[in-house]
Design a protein around this ligand. Structure first.
Ligand SMILES: C[S@@+](CC[C@H](N)C(=O)[O-])C[C@H]1O[C@@H](n2cnc3c(N)ncnc32)[C@H](O)[C@@H]1O
Length: 205
């Protein structure tokens, strides 16, 4: 891959993502960690209603939304702060999957009314905000602020029974602290995978 960043902390900048997506050929896609077939059984369990209104946080050019749509979850609102990828995804899916929406938006500053989504999904997006240089055991204040802002914004836009589903390679020690949002019903953590572990965090409003 020739579009890897020179240093890990570039994953935390909009400029990196815009130039990465601009370099990729039209129609290309890349899924971080897991693809839909690996997690479909979990999605079915956690989102039993196909009509649920779903917010996809930092969608990138992943196939997850497209494959969920084909599986009947048509009410998906996709956001990413890269204008480049949002335009590519709008062009790719707008005509064929008209019920799905695409918006350039920052997960730390959601432009939606409170209590309007059943589910929000983050696959690798909070991780991208955690790549700033520094001690992972003691992250820089900027990382703490960015991640807690995302979590509180997500909880704000979720309906009363809504849930925030976060899929990551990040172990609980490094992630739990960002998912402690006051007034929520609590955090469930599941370990996925065999040789190499992924984690699923489910924060219920
Ligand atoms: C590691 S990629 C994951 C993409 C996709 N979710 C997947 O599973 O393949 C991170 C994505 O999050 C986006 N992103 C990072 N920080 C963001 C922020 N603060 N607001 C919105 N999108 C962000 C990036 O532009 C990139 O598309």
């Amino acid at each position: 891959m020739d579009n890897l960043p020179q240093s890990n902390d570039q994953y935390g900048t909009k400029e990196y993502w815009n130039s990465r997506y601009a370099q990729e050929a039209d129609g290309s896609s890349f899924d971080w960690f897991k693809s839909y077939s690996d997690i479909a059984h979990i999605i079915h369990e956690l989102i039993p209603e196909r009509a649920s209104r779903i917010l996809m946080l930092g969608c990138g050019n992943s196939k997850l939304s497209e494959e969920m749509y084909e599986d009947g979850y048509k009410n998906i609102v996709n956001i990413d702060y890269s204008a480049v990828v949002i335009e590519q995804m709008q062009n790719r899916h707008g005509g064929v999957r008209p019920e799905m929406q695409w918006h350039e938006m920052d997960v730390r500053d959601l432009k939606f009314e409170k209590g309007t989504f059943d589910v929000a999904i983050d696959k690798g997006t909070m991780d991208a905000m955690m790549t700033a240089k520094g001690d992972i055991w003691n992250p820089p204040q900027q990382v703490i602020d960015d991640c807690t802002k995302e979590a509180s914004e997500v909880i704000r836009v979720l309906k009363e029974q809504g849930s925030f589903i976060y899929l990551t390679f990040g172990q609980p020690h490094f992630r739990k602290r960002f998912l402690n949002v006051a007034g929520t019903k609590g955090l469930e953590i599941r370990e996925l995978g065999e040789a190499f572990h992924y984690y699923l965090y489910i924060l219920r409003r």
